[in-house]
Design a protein. Structure first.
Length: 110
């Protein structure tokens, strides 16, 4: 477990985890910024990222998807069993990340 975003990035590079769980608000940068940095690195871009948040932010899902985050989970209602299922799905590739967010949303507008 990392104490802040910078340490988390170093751990991702050196330990190559099966998945990363980050918080939206964390020391060393918000989760979106950390996720973008992890996804920009060839060494870590393949690692699925899940983000936890305790706040309701209007466009967070869209911004998270653009940052390469597979799923945003609200900590308020999150059970341990649900978190385990989502992490397992991310590791097994069952969560299908959206790669072209703009195309997805433009298809809804048509």
């Amino acid at each position: 477990m990392a104490a802040d975003g910078m340490q988390g990035q170093r751990i991702a590079r050196t330990e190559n985890p099966d998945a990363i769980i980050i918080d939206y608000q964390m020391p060393g940068g918000n989760g979106l910024l950390i996720a973008e940095r992890i996804k920009q690195s060839a060494a870590t871009s393949h690692i699925p990222i899940l983000m936890l948040t305790g706040t309701q932010i209007e466009d967070l899902d869209v911004r998270a998807t653009r940052a390469g985050i597979e799923r945003v989970l609200n900590k308020v209602n999150l059970s341990e069993s649900h978190l385990v299922r989502v992490v397992e799905s991310a590791i097994n590739g069952a969560l299908e990340p959206v790669r072209n967010v703009d195309a997805l949303f433009s298809s809804f507008r048509q």
